[in-house]
Design a protein around this ligand. Structure first.
Ligand SMILES: Nc1ncnc2c1ncn2[C@@H]1O[C@H](COP(=O)(O)OP(=O)(O)OP(=O)(O)O)[C@@H](O)[C@H]1O
Ligand SMILES: [Mg+2]
Length: 247
């Protein structure tokens, strides 16, 4: 185990392994500023992505206020306690993942949250993570790029209209590409629509998508304002509504 794991994280990881019957950790997938993502394998050889929040940088502390404190689901959190902050952040990521997953958004299936650890479906093949949209941008044909632009917007529509959330960090860096499909990742900062900054975050997310597809990949897209009107008009039927109408 790596030296960056404190004793509590180590114990928490053992508990996660016990609960999910994981056999072993099989290396680091990504080492970000706050979190590390590991691949873990269960006794049947299935892969999982295990995201562990490890270090609260000053930047992180400063930036998460606007996502955590404005979210009515997380009011009353003691933000002076680093451990508790991470537990809340991990729980927020898990709950956002679950809410999106249940609404039919293509996100990694969430399995478990425990303390500062979130376990979800591993997006990849043969033990290797899938590339980010950013990483395959140059290899895309025009047809593929058009298809993925529609796909990125459709996933956003599902997030907004069906999960009733705003991602708040939606870009080519947080979309993974596997078998012609996009997976939405990194959802801890997503907020509900009643968050005071949700319209601002929405605008920024759609700007990112617009910039990537229209400026970088030269795909013709309506203006950001029009995309915004389209997303927020919520013309699509959501899963739950559909299911509710079934006998
Ligand atoms: N479910 C998953 N399956 C496989 N790989 C994943 C999964 N989730 C994330 N990754 C990989 O780990 C990287 C970091 O994940 P994520 O964006 O959730 O974490 P982060 O701490 O916010 O990192 P960053 O600061 O780099 O955005 C992703 O870019 C992706 O390459
Ligand atoms: Mg990310």
């Amino acid at each position: 185990m790596e030296e960056v794991w404190d004793a509590q994280t180590l114990l928490a990881a053992y508990e996660v392994m016990r609960r999910l019957r994981l056999d072993r950790f099989a290396g680091v997938v990504s080492a970000g500023k706050e979190a590390r993502i590991y691949r873990a394998i269960d006794r049947q050889g299935r892969s999982y992505a295990v995201k562990i929040y490890l270090t609260a940088t000053a930047e992180f502390r400063k930036s998460i206020w606007k996502y955590l404190l404005g979210d009515p689901r997380f009011s009353g959190i003691d933000t002076s306690n680093t451990k508790k902050l991470f537990f809340a952040w991990a729980r927020k990521e898990y709950r956002n993942l679950l809410r999106m997953y249940e609404a039919g958004v293509r996100v990694p299936k969430p399995y478990l949250v425990y303390k500062n650890i979130v376990v979800m479906e591993f997006i990849g093949k043969d033990g290797l993570r899938a590339p980010l949209l950013r990483e395959i941008a140059r290899e895309l044909s025009r047809e593929e790029a058009v298809m993925l632009a529609k796909e990125a917007l459709k996933q956003y529509e599902l997030i907004y209209c069906c999960a009733r959330l705003v991602h708040a960090d939606y870009s080519e860096y947080n979309l993974m590409y596997l078998d012609g499909r996009l997976y939405v990742i990194d959802v801890a900062q997503a907020v509900s629509l009643d968050h005071p900054n949700s319209s601002l975050f929405l605008h920024h997310d759609l700007e990112n998508i617009h910039r990537f597809f229209s400026r970088q990949l030269k795909i013709e897209l309506p203006e950001v304002e029009e995309l915004e009107r389209w997303v927020t008009s919520c013309q699509r039927k959501c899963r739950r509504e559909k299911e509710a109408r079934l006998p």
